[in-house]
Design a protein around this ligand. Sequence first.
Ligand SMILES: Nc1ncnc2c1ncn2[C@@H]1O[C@H](COP(=O)(O)OP(=O)(O)OP(=O)(O)O)[C@@H](O)[C@H]1O
Ligand SMILES: [Mg+2]
Length: 267
Amino acid sequence: MTTQAIHVQGLEKSYKELRVLRGVDFDVARGSIFALLGSNGAGKTTVVRILSTLLKSDAGTATVDGFDVATQPADVRESISLTGQFAAVDETLTGRENLVLMARLRRVKGPGQVADDLLARFQLTDAAGRRVSTYSGGMRRRLDIAMSLIGNPPVIFLDEPTTGLDPQARVEVWNSVKELAGQGTTVLLTTQYLDEAEHLADRIAILHQGRIIANGTLDQLRQLLPPAKVEYVEKQPTLEDVFLAIIGNDDTGADDPTTARTAKEQR
Ligand SMILES: Nc1ncnc2c1ncn2[C@@H]1O[C@H](COP(=O)(O)OP(=O)(O)OP(=O)(O)O)[C@@H](O)[C@H]1O
Ligand SMILES: [Mg+2]
């Protein structure tokens, strides 16, 4: 049996005359975080849709958790969860109801307990009884990822998990993703944010003009550039450092208006 959680070889896909994937190859090791980088329209979502059996490729092979996406789609679906580019939670239900519903659909034992555990893990306990329509974008994203974890799939796909989130919510999502990989889940995520890949990924692949044009660890990718000139410069904090320092990156649930107000009053 292969040790790779995901194996992709020679993948091709066209939409009419638009050749989006022109021979994509990569492997993802079990328990690792793999980031697929690319500009808008590079084909990242197309790769994810093929790997999650939502779309058929024109050529090439792909296996997920040892199962062929073309010939064993049902087995692949049992092994994965997909968090799409656009949050797929039900707005009219509460956070907890969404989780319980998903747990029932996946026939998991003790849906209520599973929901409560995930709510706690994603810092959504206080908001559990509120309709999702009142959630912030970050809370929705966290709920979406929490839902995808029900049933503990060995491989998860996250298509642009932090697009549209503020820096603090992004860091929260990153922490959740790292925790997952720490527990042995394989994560393939797509992103347009270079810092996201830097922070999270064990390996980074760049999809460009239908092919993977670079694939390696961050250090390996850095070595693709000519050696850096050594200069002595004081390191200035990034805007993100400043933003996080000022708003206080302390996980006190800034999404919850009551907590946020109290925190402000205390200052
Ligand atoms: N169903 C479809 N029919 C026709 N063209 C499509 C279809 N789906 C995607 N495309 C085109 O294929 C290309 C790749 O799209 P894809 O969604 O995979 O890109 P992406 O890398 O995920 O982009 P983004 O960063 O904007 O999410 C784009 O040019 C897109 O317009
Ligand atoms: Mg996309």
